[in-house]
Ligand binder design. Structure first.
Ligand SMILES: Nc1nc2c(c(=O)[nH]1)N[C@H]1C(S)=C(S)[C@@H](COP(=O)(O)O)O[C@H]1N2
Ligand SMILES: [Mo]
Length: 414
């Protein structure tokens, strides 16, 4: 056999296959402040921590030594508590494997569906260096540039989180009758950058509210807070949380979009009314237009499903057999069925779903396609979750959150 060189990286002193890397945005000191995952390069279900996407709405706080940190629980509770990491680690814990997905992931596909703009590539990852340069010059990107700033399919990752159920901590504190909202507060602060919202809407001709300097916070409804899989987590993928992912402690809210997963948690206040969090009422909301008076907060994701192979740009394909592959997951836990069509939706075939089928993680699926005739093919895949929900669940909304539509792969076979 001819000996081939292994092209890629040196890992532990040995040549190794090329490994996917995070696309990182850095601050002026070279510290990573944002990141996007190369999910199409991922094998298996768990995204390695150093490839896990990173999104932050405000300024990343300076790290706090875990021994100098504690969590306070106040408000509508019988016994206000102050807990250290060691206190939390003495409680009955659990690990949960779940997809973290930014609410704006794949927002560009809304425009493809609604306005017939050309299909975005799932391989598109924004150029954070260009973004940093524009920001340094104080230049506002154009609407077109804004539309491309989120990237596609790269603000989602799958991880294993270890911590203690939030319900367990609330039980120790003792909820008073009438307690309805669990207000989770991060110790990061800053003034929301209006470009974030312009980017989300894909337009910059709307007045965006300026709340001044705020802390990042969200008010979790009691039901979801008491779900045993909603965690206060100090570890991810078998090691302590990294600072960029919210160390020493963050929330894990499986099935609900990333913005609920409050990082750098320092204070929980239990309230009767929904707390007035800026990101809950002004940013992570549905609504038909910026001045729609009805802007419900985002909660569970819909039914998500993406074809990872073949994509349009994998054309031309050779005649023969191809494993059509993808990932599917649901905001309400578990995928029941995935179907694939290779004739533009005229006929559907059930895909094979690979084990394990965990409720909050994605499943990998595949369908073996035998194609003998050259031509153009439209491949579609649709998922149904264990609650019987089909794609799509989420209608177009002005902030373009929670896209869960069916995106075809249009390929040519030669
Ligand atoms: N304290 C705090 N928590 C936060 C945020 C933030 O800005 N501050 N951003 C949220 C958003 S919008 C997302 S998508 C997730 C991203 O989590 P990750 O960076 O660990 O992937 O964190 C959420 N938690
Ligand atoms: Mo997000």
């Amino acid at each position: 056999m001819p000996k081939r060189e292994i092209e890629g990286d040196w890992v532990m002193g040995w040549p190794d296959r090329k490994r996917p890397e995070i696309a990182a945005g850095k601050d002026a000191d070279g510290r990573v402040i944002s990141g996007r995952t190369q999910i199409l390069e991922q094998e298996g279900l768990i995204t390695p921590t150093n490839n896990y996407y990173i999104v932050t709405q405000l300024d990343i706080p300076e790290p706090v030594h875990p021994d100098d940190w504690s969590l306070t629980i106040t408000g509508e509770v019988e016994r206000p508590l102050t807990l250290t990491i060691e206190d939390l680690r003495k409680l009955p814990g659990r690990s949960v494997r779940a997809v973290t997905e930014c609410a704006g992931n794949d927002e560009g596909f809304f425009d493809y569906e609604k306005r017939g703009v050309s299909k975005p590539s799932r391989r598109y990852v924004p150029d954070f260096k260009r973004r940093a340069a524009l920001k340094a010059q104080g230049v506002m990107p154009t609407n077109d540039e804004l539309a491309g700033e989120m990237g596609n399919t790269c603000a989602m990752s799958g991880g294993e989180f270890t911590g203690v159920p939030l319900a367990e901590v609330l039980r120790r504190a003792g909820l008073k009758p009438g307690a309805q909202w669990i207000w989770m507060k991060g110790f990061d602060n800053g003034r929301p950058d209006p470009t974030m919202q312009y980017r989300s809407m894909g337009r910059s001709d709307v007045k965006v509210e300026d709340p001044g300097v705020i802390n990042y916070d969200k008010g979790l409804p009691l039901d979801k807070a008491l779900d045993p899989d909603t965690l206060l987590a100090w570890a991810q993928n078998g090691e302590w949380l990294m600072h960029v992912h919210g160390a020493p402690l963050r929330c894990i809210v499986p099935g609900w979009s990333g913005n609920w997963w409050v990082k750098w948690l320092s204070h929980i206040e239990v309230t009767r009314e929904m707390p007035p969090c800026y990101h809950q009422t002004k940013y992570f909301v549905y609504g038909k237009s910026p001045d729609d008076p009805n802007k419900p907060m985002l909660t569970a994701m819909g039914v998500r499903n993406i074809i990872t192979y073949p994509l349009d740009e994998d054309s031309p394909l050779e005649r023969g057999s191809h494993a059509i592959r993808g990932l599917a997951w649901s905001g309400m836990g578990g995928i029941a069925k995935v179907e694939v069509s290779v004739d533009g939706g005229a006929t559907w075939n059930e895909a094979h779903i690979e084990e394990p089928r965990e409720r909050w993680l994605w499943v990998r699926w595949s369908y073996l396609w035998q194609v003998d005739a050259p031509g153009a093919y439209r491949i579609l895949a649709r998922a149904t979750d264990v609650k019987g929900r089909l794609q799509p669940q989420t209608p177009w909304n002005y902030q373009r959150k929670h896209f869960d539509g069916i995106v075809p792969s249009d390929v040519v076979v030669e």
